[in-house]
Design a protein around this ligand. Structure first.
Ligand SMILES: CCCN1C[C@@H](O)[C@H](O)[C@@H](C(=O)O)C1
Length: 600
């Protein structure tokens, strides 16, 4: 099975045709689709935009909340000229799992709703003719899949998800589908690592192909001038007076990999844009190009009205405009890998991102917070299967994103239950198995919830830096009691300080739900004034502890969650509303962060 996750490019040897647009769609509540031959295609569904979550296009609650199997289908033409080429369909993400059929033939299945996979359709297509692709999707949650949750059946027979996480279970073909024609012999993957030598730099590379033809690698600067070339599937590109990629001051080179003897008629060509930079942890500092940085930014979600969790370039462009305006330099892809185009924009804009797998909900207390259970998450019959899928998605995440200069670190969990001794063997396995996956050996970490402190957590030896999620002022010590919240937070930081913090600490979640337009003097919770009071409190604490090397407020924008008595049509902790308009807190951060250097 093809395992290349290279992002599609079009050139003389490769074509990439997006199959976005309106597909046929229908639910399959009684799982009759296979019996009724839906895999050969159908015309009795509804039209459904791709990429998009299907949920918000419906006007009835049963459809919006649908849990189970669903089917997509569309026709696509394969030109005769494609004969002799390798033919693939690339799905950038199908949430949460999929089985792919072409002309009625089952090609492959895939587990995981936030990473790409390809289906080799060479043997199933008709050339010079229309073909039919069918996707059987499923959006049920379980404790043995990422993200974690339960699926229950109501007394009326309808299935319903019970997420152990605080974001809506948007589902469907959330990202683009590509029809790829590739050379039979081709580039499958490449890696880059960097050494800085004064003004110069060395780009060490490896190239993986599926054949024996020779490989030539070249590097061109932003003006298109070739600055270095090398022969072979492994080598080093020596770059004189290297223009480094820096935080909020990006510079990208173009790497070109050519396969074949004759440069005039290569067998395959693959190009990508890379940034020359190094990332290190040194004591309590995070270093980019050996210079300490301070993270200013957000936890985010891929979330917007209409498209749901689907990647929407318009929303992404707006989000980066807002993050640049406010003076941010970083974000976490909470709580799952984002569309590759987000990383490409972060590369271009000089943003650092912490790349997170959807290992969220690994904590029954969170489930309890959302109506779950009170038992040890790391002691259950689900762990074996969960671990297989967890490390599988870490492997794909690092394989997909390893060459982005914007990727600062890998977040392997969000708020797992780490006070439970049963967590230790699971964490040891995950950290051992992920140790050598990143050629650049970037930091690996995870977020620690309020329960998981320097006194209670059993797994603090594993992360390369600490990410703390703390909510005094909201989930506890809210309102007029916020002064106790600040005192308690300072007590905790004093304990970290006294214990001798030897790694950087980044606050990756803190904030307050705020209804835009709600004002009161003096404040009460849910008003814009109160959100600013909470964020000012955190800012005072951050400024008093030198081992704190980042503040990423929760959240950039309001986002959809399950309905419940703790949510007012979603989570309202956004600094911006869901339609990306500023709350008072946006101007607080615009003032606080723009006074600082872009990278500190
Ligand atoms: C209690 C879980 C920590 N954190 C997770 C994040 O996904 C939620 O949206 C956030 C919140 O409650 O606003 C809390």
């Amino acid at each position: 099975m093809e395992t290349s996750l290279l992002y599609p490019v079009t050139n003389d040897q490769r074509t990439d045709q997006k199959l976005d647009g309106l597909w046929q769609f229908k639910f399959d509540e009684t799982k009759q689709g296979v019996k009724d031959g839906w895999e050969t295609g159908f015309h009795d569904g509804v039209s459904m935009p791709v990429p998009a979550s299907f949920n918000d296009f419906f006007t009835d609650k049963e459809s919006r909340e649908y849990t189970g199997d669903f089917w997509y289908s569309r026709k696509f033409f394969v030109p005769s000229a494609a004969k002799g080429k390798a033919l693939f369909l690339r799905f950038d993400a199908v949430t949460h799992r999929a089985t792919i059929f072409v002309n009625g033939k089952e090609i492959r299945s895939h587990e995981g709703g936030f990473l790409p996979f390809t289906a080799d359709i060479s043997s199933a297509v008709h050339y010079g003719a229309e073909n039919t692709v069918v996707v059987k999707g499923n959006n049920e949650l379980s404790r043995e899949a990422l993200p974690a949750g339960d699926t229950i059946t109501l007394r009326n027979g309808k299935k319903m998800v019970r997420p152990f996480f605080d974001f809506y279970n948007y589902s469907g073909l959330n990202r683009s589908v590509h029809l790829l024609t590739l050379p039979q012999e081709r580039v499958l993957d490449y890696t880059t690592t960097f050494e800085l030598n004064g003004q110069d730099a060395t780009v060490n590379y490896t190239v993986t192909t599926n054949g024996d033809a020779p490989v030539t690698v070249s590097l061109a600067d932003a003006d298109g001038q070739v600055v270095a070339t090398a022969q072979g599937k492994e080598g080093a590109l020596q770059v004189k007076n290297a223009h480094l990629w820096q935080v909020r001051n990006a510079y990208l080179y173009t790497l070109t990999i050519q396969v074949g003897d004759d440069a005039q008629t290569p067998v395959d060509t693959y190009t990508d844009r890379i940034g020359i930079r190094t990332i290190k942890i040194s004591g309590t500092n995070i270093l980019v190009n050996d210079k300490p940085i301070y993270l200013k930014g957000f936890g985010r979600h891929e979330d917007s009205p209409f498209a749901g969790r689907a990647f929407d370039l318009n929303v992404e462009k707006k989000d980066f405009a807002l993050m640049k305006w406010i003076g941010a330099n970083s974000f976490r892809t909470s709580h799952y890998p984002y569309d590759e185009q987000v990383y490409k924009i972060a590369d271009e804009e000089g943003f650092l991102l912490t790349d997170e797998v959807p290992a969220v909900g690994f904590k029954m207390a969170a489930a309890a917070f959302l109506g779950g259970l009170n038992q040890s998450f790391f002691k259950g019959p689900w762990l074996k299967k969960l671990h297989e899928r967890h490390i599988d998605q870490i492997r794909d995440l690092i394989k997909r994103d390893k060459n982005h200069p914007s990727v600062l670190a890998w977040s392997l969990f969000n708020e797992p239950d780490t006070i439970d001794e049963n967590a230790v063997p699971y964490f040891k396995q995950i950290f051992d198995e992920s140790k050598d996956l990143d050629p650049q050996s970037r930091p690996r970490t995870f977020t620690l919830s309020e329960d998981d402190t320097i006194e209670t957590s059993k797994v603090l030896d594993f992360p390369d830096f600490y990410m703390l999620n703390r909510y005094p002022g909201w989930y506890h010590f809210g309102g007029y009691q916020i002064s106790d919240g600040e005192a308690g937070l300072r007590d905790e930081m004093d304990k970290w300080q006294k214990a001798g913090v030897t790694k950087p600490v980044v606050f990756t979640e803190f904030g307050a739900d705020t209804e835009a337009g709600l004002h009161k003097l003096p404040s009460v919770m849910w008003t814009e004034e109160y959100q600013v009071e909470v964020l000012k409190m955190f800012s005072r604490v951050f400024d008093d502890y030198d081992f704190i090397k980042g503040e990423q407020v929760w959240n950039l924008a309001d986002f959809q969650t399950v309905e419940g008595n703790m949510r007012v049509n979603g989570n309202k902790k956004g600094i911006f509303t869901r339609d990306r308009q500023p709350k008072e807190a946006a101007f607080f951060y615009h003032d606080r962060w723009n006074k600082l250097p872009l990278d500190y």
